[in-house]
Each structure stands twice: as C-alpha cells, then as structure tokens.
Design a protein around this ligand. Structure first.
Ligand code: 5GP
Length: 335
C-alpha cells in the first residue's frame, strides 16, 4: 500500500454525488429527516421515505443486477445535496478523502458534477458552491479542477445554458477545465448535442464522454460521438467495435478506466474479460479511476491494488507497469 500511496497519480473520473463519504451522507440524511419531521404534519412524506430507503440501500451495500439499476440511487442522494451549504459540505469531504488526510488517494483530482436547479439554488449557484470549496481547499490551483457534466436526459436548451455557464465561469477565472457527457447510457437523443460539445471544445475545454458503456449502446451513436463531439478523453469505452477502436487508437484518445464500477454494474464479467487488457496490450493511454466511491465502496488505492494483485483477484502487473499507468493518468489531465 505504501508503494501505491507514494505514486504520483491523477483521479480523472469521479462523480461528485456518487463519491460522498457515507458518514457525511448519513449526517445530511439525519438532519434532513429531523427537519422534515418537525416541519411535517406528523405523517412521513414520500421524499423522506425515499431518502430513508436510499440511505439504507447504500448502508447495506448496493447489489446491482444491471447498469440501469444504478441510476435509481441518485434521487435519494439529490434530496440531500439540494442546497449550496450541503454541496459545500460534500465537496469538502470528497476533497479531503482524495487529497488529504492520512491516506491521500491521488496528487491531482478532476471532480465532475452535473449542475442542478433546485428551489434553493440556480445552476450557477450550484457550480459556485462546488468551486468555492475547491478554491478554498487548493488556493494555488494545482491539485483540483472541475469538469461540468451534462446529463443525456437534458433538453438542448439546458445543455446550451450549461455551456454558457461553464464558459462564463472559466472566463471569470474559476476552475472549470472540462465538459462531460454522463447519465443513463441509453437515454436521450445525442445527435442534437454535438454542436454544443464542439462549441465547448472550441472554447478551450477538455471533452470527456461516457461512451459505449453497455452492450446495447448503438454502434452508430459511438461513431457519432467520436466523429462529431471532438472528445479529448473517453469514459469506460467498454463496447467499442473494431471501427471505433481503430479511431480511438489512431487518434490516441485516452480512456478513463473504472474497474470496480464495470464489474459491479455487470457490464464486464471478470477482470480477465476487462477491456483494460486491449489498451494495455497497445500501450494506449489510460487513467485508472473510481467513478462513484459511495455505491461501489471503493477508493483509488483499491483500484490500483487490483492492477497489482495476482490473478484471479487482480491483473498481476508489476510495480514498474503500475508506475507507468500512474504516469499516464497525469499526462491525461485537462490542464
Ligand atoms: P453528479 O453529476 O450529480 O455529481 O453525479 C451523479 C451523476 O453522475 C448521476 O446522476 C449520473 O448521471 C452520472 N453518473 C455517475 N456514474 C455514472 C456512470 O457510471 N455512468 C454514467 N453514464 N453516468 C454516471
């Protein structure tokens, strides 16, 4: 573990609302439930019930039958992170978990999140809360930056608003370095989104796309992403066909690899079957990442430990190989 801990490395694929340390979420849930029982008329509201059920599910350890089950976890979490203060609390906890404390996980973090509008805040206020905490934590701006996520279920109007916001914040000197496309991998029609992503790329942002995440992800959509969205990095890239794989190799587009996430969402059966093997064989740039530490009960050192552990528990790579992979993650940063 000391070898892995000392290794300079970047975490480049971590979703804010999927990476809240469980004790912090439990504190937010207690405060939320106390407040709703004081404000309520004695009965338990549907939202409180869903928060309770969601937290219990996370406490017990999430069992997923398939990747779509995963997205049902978020409404309960979102109920607890719907104010600027709650967002600041969870952002700080995540920064401490990755970058500080007794066991820092990485030397550099690109944290991503989808700005939500709630009764308590606008999308701008959402992003400002997260950015304020990042800037306070790392005043020199060397250890953490923000990627703004766009959800596949959004309307084009909202996507346009988010791109405007990301550009405006960056122009004000805030720490926004990239744009991500995430959300339920089969939702939405992605053809209208390409012009917005090209605009973001032209404005100087790194672009990362969740791509070919499930066996049902259409090959035509994957090719459209590669040809029209100008991606700088790709997330997962599990089910690329030969044509798409050739483009990724020819254009040297780095891939963010989330081993535990893929195994637990059952898009990959075993580590032995994992697509990381193709990328390693080709010496193609990858970054080992956690995705969502909360439901997957993982952290970055555990993901790196999977590289070192002997098969069948891990990939059985040497320390030199793991060091090279860690170096690759640093070279894939959006700065
Ligand atoms: P947030 O952006 O709200 O901070 O983080 C949670 C959101 O990230 C989820 O609602 C979902 O849209 C997205 N997300 C988290 N993990 C994954 C993943 O593995 N695949 C995809 N496609 N989206 C994800």
């Amino acid at each position: 573990i000391s070898f892995l801990q000392a290794l300079p490395k970047a975490e480049l694929h971590t979703h804010l609302n999927g990476s809240i340390p469980l004790p912090i979420l439990q504190e937010l849930a207690h405060a939320f439930l106390d407040k709703s029982s004081v404000n309520g008329s004695g009965g338990v509201s549907a939202v409180s019930e869903s928060v309770k059920a969601g937290i219990e599910r996370l406490e017990l350890g999430v069992e997923l039958n398939e990747i779509h089950d995963f997205f049902s976890l978020f409404p309960a979490i979102y109920a607890l992170t719907s104010t600027p203060q709650a967002l600041r609390t969870v952002t700080l906890a995540i920064l401490e978990a990755f970058l500080d404390g007794l066991k820092p996980q990485c030397t550099y973090l690109e944290l991503r999140t989808t700005p939500r509008e709630t009764p308590a805040m606008t999308r701008r206020e959402y992003l400002e809360a997260v950015l304020a905490e990042m800037e306070k934590f790392d005043p020199e701006g060397r250890r953490v930056n923000l990627i703004v996520s766009v959800d596949r279920r959004m309307s084009e109007g909202v996507v346009d608003e988010i791109m405007d916001l990301a550009i405006a914040l960056r122009d004000e000197g805030r720490r926004v370095v990239g744009i991500d496309l995430c959300g339920d991998p089969l939702a939405g029609d992605m053809y209208g989104f390409s012009k917005h992503f090209r605009r973001a790329k032209a404005a100087g942002f790194g672009i990362t796309l969740h791509i070919a995440e499930t066996p049902d992800s259409p090959a035509s959509e994957t090719l459209h992403f590669l040809e029209s969205f100008a991606p700088t990095r790709l997330g997962h890239a599990t089910f690329l066909d030969e044509e798409a794989m050739k483009i990724v190799f020819d254009r040297d587009i780095p891939v963010e690899i989330c081993l535990s996430s893929n195994l637990l969402c059952k898009t990959v059966k075993t580590l032995d079957d994992h697509h990381i093997r193709h990328y390693l064989q080709q010496n193609h740039a990858i970054a080992i990442c956690t995705d969502d530490t909360l439901p997957f009960r993982t952290d970055l050192l555990s993901e790196y430990a999977l590289l070192l552990a002997k098969p069948p528990l891990g990939l059985g790579l040497s320390q030199e190989e793991v060091q090279e992979i860690a170096n690759m993650s640093l070279s894939c940063r959006f700065i």
